[in-house]
Write a protein that binds this ligand. Structure first.
Ligand code: AMP
Length: 495
């Protein structure tokens, strides 16, 4: 099927053409014609299926006629996170090229003043997180009686985040005659109840069930011991062994682990950033921007922060922790293998994770393969002499002598990322790594351009030499934040 057969307007079709997309994805093919007929749609689809365009394109077509009035938005899109809301706004910019629609983004962490002005001007499309929308409503700034189209996106995520009462409240504020487009990756009972309450005779469109969602993703389990320092070492080995990583997301279950893994990886010379729910909005936005622009290669993230993010070309996903909720596994690996691309997902599994792994495999309906066939039961007892003790505590000791000036042939090495790109403070700067004196004089050109990681060989040589306990005094400047490292990352444990 072609986009031109879906019933979209000429303006929208030319914007789609400009993006280079040639054929609609299954969710687009199935949802768009019904949405254009003003039917309610219940779309069961996860991110990566093209569902955003599945509602943005018909909305653009339907909103072409008519004008918004002050404080009376014509359509409303609810998103669980600020990032998702911002991404949907970007989609309107991308696909709404030839249209003069006013799009207002109401998200936390930004000033009310600017948002008020946008609402006052009359918004054709209001994209909001539930809390901020209600704040505006309660301040008397919004009249919801003109809403013709409501989109509820990532409803199961809204449920996880406790937003369902807010959603119910918002739905009751809207005209009964509105059209509702409702999307969720899964349909737990609370979500089914919500759809029964607020959708009218919806067309049900379902694509890529959880078990089949990840067909383009090569998935492997990686046996590891359960201590964090061992997991970190296993992860580093894994990253170094994967020669085809363009960029990767590394998931942790807890935000405290996001921070310590970020510190550890940056100490080890990787090009890394971090993303979790406690970061303020400018930091999150800067981090995502740098990741999208390939200024950082690895992004350590929590589920809440990463759910639904549109990062089109992630080559790898690493689960540092087995997710506690099996559905999160699908969402995590959905970060790679998107829109038909292939991808790889590795999950570190220790003996302690058996219960969670069982739940994931049960949900998928099949057993996942172990990397190199080594199961967690077959894992050899760890050799204490080969451990990287520095990482046992998640941060370097302050007392190590500074080796920067006395090694062999150049202890400073460049990250290899952003070389020669000018003085943008977010771009890679020379950093010192504890492996520095194990590598030949760090000519940046010898480091693969997109990888800040030292080679496995140099790392192993370093580990064998037993020098791992002597550390630099300074933390390397973490890439992606530049000088703006949030306070939470600089402190030992207290998040
Ligand atoms: P989504 O599921 O909306 O997060 O979209 C996943 C990715 O697929 C995004 O990077 C979209 O830009 C991309 N995409 C959306 N529609 C298409 C299409 N018809 N063909 C190829 N890629 C698409």
């Amino acid at each position: 099927m072609l986009f031109s057969e879906l019933g979209l307007s000429a303006k929208v079709l030319s914007a789609v053409e400009a993006t280079g997309y040639t054929t609609p994805t299954p969710i687009q093919e199935q949802a768009i014609p019904h949405a254009l007929q003003r039917r309610d749609v219940l779309g069961i689809a996860q991110t990566g299926t093209g569902k955003t365009a599945g509602f943005v394109l018909p909305m653009l077509t339907l909103l072409e006629q008519g004008r918004a009035r002050a404080r009376m938005p014509r359509s409303l899109i609810l998103e669980p996170t600020r990032e998702l809301a911002a991404q949907v706004a970007e989609s309107f910019t991308k696909y709404g090229l030839d249209q003069k629609l006013n799009v207002a983004l109401l998200i936390g962490g930004m000033s009310f003043g600017d948002q008020d002005r946008k609402i006052d001007r009359g918004a054709d499309v209001l994209i909001a997180t539930p809390g901020r929308l209600l704040d505006h409503f309660e301040r008397g700034k919004l009249l919801m009686t003109g809403v013709e189209i409501l989109v509820i996106d990532e409803a199961d995520r809204m449920l996880d985040m406790g937003f369902i009462p807010d959603i119910e409240r918002i739905c009751k504020m809207l005209p009964f005659t509105r059209q509702t487009l409702f999307f969720s990756a899964t349909m737990p009972p609370e979500i089914t109840r919500l759809t029964e309450q607020f959708l009218q005779n919806p067309v049900r469109v379902e694509v890529a069930r959880a078990s089949s969602a990840a067909q383009t993703v090569e998935q492997r389990l990686v046996a590891t011991h359960k201590e964090d320092w061992e997991k970190r070492e296993t992860l580093r080995r894994l990253i170094r062994a994967e020669s085809d990583i363009t960029n990767a997301i590394i998931f942790c279950n807890r935000k405290i682990d996001v921070a310590s893994l970020f510190r550890s990886l940056s100490r080890h010379g990787f090009s890394v950033g971090a993303l979790h729910g406690d970061m303020d909005q400018p930091s999150r936005t800067a981090m995502l921007h740098n990741f999208r622009e390939n200024k950082i290669q690895l992004l350590v993230a929590s589920d809440v922060a990463a759910r639904g993010l549109d990062i089109p070309a992630v080559s790898h996903v690493f689960n540092f922790d087995v997710p506690i909720h099996s559905e999160d596994y699908v969402h995590r690996i959905g970060r790679t293998g998107r829109a038909g691309r292939s991808g790889k997902a590795f999950t570190l599994v220790s003996r302690a994770d058996g219960k969670y792994l069982d739940a994931i495999q049960k949900m998928l309906g099949n057993d996942l393969e172990w990397l190199d066939g080594t199961t967690v039961e077959q894992l050899p007892t760890p050799d204490p002499s080969s451990e990287d003790r520095s990482d046992r505590h998640g941060r370097r000791s302050g007392g190590g002598s500074r080796r920067g000036g006395s090694g062999r042939g150049g202890e400073r090495r460049h990250s290899g990322r952003g070389e020669g790109r000018g003085a943008n403070r977010h771009e890679a700067r020379p950093i010192e790594t504890e492996e520095a004196d194990a590598v030949p004089s760090a000519a940046p050109a010898t480091v693969p351009s997109r990888r800040a990681a030292p080679s496995a060989r140099s790392h192993d040589a370093h580990a064998r030499s037993g020098r791992g306990q002597q550390r630099h005094h300074d933390e390397p400047s973490p890439l992606g934040f530049g000088d703006d490292v949030p306070a939470f990352m600089l402190i030992g444990t207290g998040l």
